[in-house]
Design a binder for this molecule. Structure first.
Ligand code: M6R
Length: 365
């Protein structure tokens, strides 16, 4: 049932605040402001590393979590797409654990990677939506994302629930490893706790701007997304979402890679979507934006209030989100990314929930 939404995807985008509250309730003790249950069997304290593999959007959630596990838990993360990981002959250290992220829990390449790690004797954790899935069954520890059924082929609420659960895991791992203070844990958990409310406010506000922009985007052939830090995986997620449902060619790049190749593509016909909250990387990303502007590129600037105030570069459009802590930026900034892809596809008249050539669950190689 789509309720009063045109598509499941739209419904699932708007369900995110509630889905995330529900998911976080499982991992966080809101009264004590700490991570509560990272149920038993992965002992983060004594790990020497974490190997993560997944596909598509789940991979991009994993890539985002690498920044968190490394920053908050000082835990080295090795991450790859499962189709590469499974054949790469990765030398695994028995003192590391492996984490598999999958909405469906049935993705063939992810399952094969899991079995490879299990045969090597690693402890296996699964971040899944479907708890009865094969990946969940074959794991030592299940970390449910509790997003509820996701029908749209383009993953939206599963992505932000994966991010929220992974953020909680990274903070919990940091506590176990003694790499974050009790005070920092409380602060970070406080930010996670306020996230659903901020998301609702953003969802209520940005749609008109996004729709106007989507009309322009639907006329484009190619779109480039740029970001740094955790905005880099989000740039790739934005590009993936747009190409999946609107069939417009899109690429996501680390902003610092611009001058190593993609800058050659910049002209007045290719919009560049710059995801740049006012974080540690802001100045760097703005200088990349300058390079785009200097070559006549049209910029769609997705930033926060501080970021909007700090840049006076001409843009085709600026989407301004509230200032939030770095730890929750990827979830908040997912919203305009998802809505932009969604409304562009609606303008194009594609089959948003069942895009051509794609399946919700990829159970063959
Ligand atoms: O069920 P999974 O999370 O394992 O699926 C992985 C990918 O197939 C999936 O995320 C795909 O990339 C989505 N269609 C993205 O929107």
């Amino acid at each position: 049932d789509k309720g009063n939404h045109r598509h499941f995807m739209e419904k699932e985008i708007y369900e995110q605040p509630e889905a995330i509250s529900h998911a976080l309730g499982h991992y966080i003790d809101f009264a004590e402001r700490k991570v509560s249950a990272i149920a038993g069997s992965i002992d983060f304290a004594n790990l020497s590393g974490l190997a993560i593999s997944a596909c598509g959007t789940a991979y991009l959630a994993g890539l985002t979590s690498k920044y968190w596990f490394e920053r908050y838990a000082r835990l080295p993360v090795e991450i790859d797409v499962a189709s590469e990981f499974r054949y790469r002959e990765v030398p695994l250290n028995a003192n590391s654990a492996a984490l598999f992220i999958s909405q469906s829990g049935e993705t063939a390449d992810t399952l094969a990677s899991l079995r490879y790690c299990r045969d090597a004797g690693l402890k296996i954790g699964a971040v899944v939506n479907v708890r009865e899935s094969t990946i969940a069954r074959e794991s030592d520890a299940i970390f449910p994302i509790l997003a509820g059924p996701e029908i749209g082929v383009a993953s939206t609420k599963a992505f932000t629930c994966q991010l929220s659960v992974l953020a909680a895991l990274a903070i919990g791992a940091g506590r176990q490893r003694g790499t974050i203070s009790a005070e920092l844990e409380q602060t970070l958990v406080g930010h996670l706790a306020e996230m659903p409310r901020i998301m609702s406010a953003v969802l209520n506000r940005i749609q008109p701007t996004i729709e106007t922009l989507a009309r322009d985007l639907s006329k484009c052939k190619d779109v480039l997304y740029l970001g740094r830090g955790t905005s880099y995986p989000l740039a790739m997620e934005g590009a993936l979402k747009l190409k999946e449902i609107s069939y417009i060619h899109a690429e996501g790049y680390a902003a610092g890679e611009l001058k190593h190749g993609p800058i050659a593509l910049i002209d007045e016909n290719m919009p560049v979507i710059v995801i740049a909250p006012h974080d540690r990387f802001f100045e760097k990303t703005v200088s990349n934006m300058q390079e785009v502007a200097a070559r006549g590129g049209r910029i769609i600037f997705i930033t926060d209030e501080k970021g909007a105030a700090a840049s006076d570069l001409p843009t085709m459009a600026t989407i301004v989100l509230p200032d939030v802590d770095e730890a929750i930026q990827p979830m908040i900034f997912s919203l305009p990314i998802q809505l932009l892809a969604y409304h562009t596809a609606v303008f194009m008249g594609t089959d948003v929930d069942q895009p051509r050539n794609l399946a919700k669950s990829v159970t063959v190689e």
